[in-house]
Design a protein around this ligand. Structure first.
Ligand code: 2HA
Ligand code: ZN
Length: 273
């Protein structure tokens, strides 16, 4: 038995590999964090050491005090995760106040958690509260169609949600809450962390202009599926624009019918033609 045989490790490694194969993780682009369950932390405990120093996170996430996160290493390539998880990933434990972390496993060649660790933790913190602890995954990817579309579509939640929903019938079912959009901001800092986590109070998806996508979910499967769906819809929408624009498209009535079929509540602000 190795730590990498544990199912949460396998799930993480598969998702990192799938994302890299999708073309979303050039070089060290993108990052993924997962909040372990108490049982998973216990199963991983024999492989952990507790001798590394505590480091400041830069933000405070008191509701996540004591939690363990599996995270990408800063500057590490998601493509390499499957070859050497112990060098490219780490498990970080938070202190009880949720202000500091220490690496308890991984990064065996040195390093620290992803530069977006403050963003990830603030988003985990918000999602922990709004989902009653159900959501465990935060995923950031450099999704090419979304990035391209941020150059041509107005950077507005309503404009983006309608565009993506109308690209493909499935979208309103996969992200009924819609998507939030941020203007370009410096990445890796507390500012973008705060702005993204504000969006995460209402959305599972945040678009970062000229940069990529942040997504959150309950499991590796649903979070990867969400990222995939958003990126595919953006790609379809770009093709529509490239073909000269839509001659006909889905209507508010169509979305209302989808919501009724699947028992979903779509926010009012997205239901205006
Ligand atoms: O991990 O994607 O936003 C590299 C990045 C920073
Ligand atoms: Zn990025």
């Amino acid at each position: 038995m190795r730590i990498t045989d544990l199912s949460f490790m396998q799930g993480y490694i598969r998702m990192a590999t799938d994302g890299a194969n999708m073309g979303w993780h050039e070089r060290n682009g993108g990052n993924l964090t997962y909040r372990l369950t108490a049982e998973e932390a216990e199963a991983a405990a024999p492989y952990m050491t507790f001798d590394k120093p505590w480091e400041d996170i830069g933000v405070a996430v008191p509701n996540l005090g004591g939690a363990f996160f599996l995270a990408t290493g800063s500057g590490k390539f998601l493509r390499n995760v499957c070859l050497a998880p112990q060098d490219n990933l780490c498990i970080a434990q938070l202190n009880e106040a949720g202000t500091q972390y220490r690496v308890v496993w991984g990064l065996e060649q040195g390093g620290r958690p992803t530069s977006e660790f403050p963003s990830h933790l603030m988003n985990h913190s918000v999602k922990f509260d709004v989902t009653g602890g159900k959501y465990r995954v935060i995923y950031h990817a450099h999704t090419p169609a979304v990035i391209a579309l941020t150059n041509v579509l107005e950077l507005d939640d309503i404009v983006w949600t309608r565009a993506l929903w109308s690209a493909m019938t499935e979208c309103a079912v996969v992200f009924p809450g819609g998507v939030g959009v941020l203007p370009w901001m410096v990445c890796g800092g507390a500012e973008i962390a705060k702005a993204t986590s504000e969006l995460m109070k209402q959305y599972d998806v945040a678009i970062w202009a000229f940069h990529g996508t942040f997504a959150s979910g309950e499991s590796f499967d649903t979070t990867f599926g969400l990222m995939h769906c958003v990126e595919k819809a953006a790609d379809i929408y770009l093709r529509i624009l490239s073909a000269g624009g839509a001659k006909q498209t889905m209507t508010t009535e169509n979305f209302v019918a989808i919501a009724a079929l699947f028992g979903l509540t779509l926010p009012e602000k997205f239901l205006k033609d």
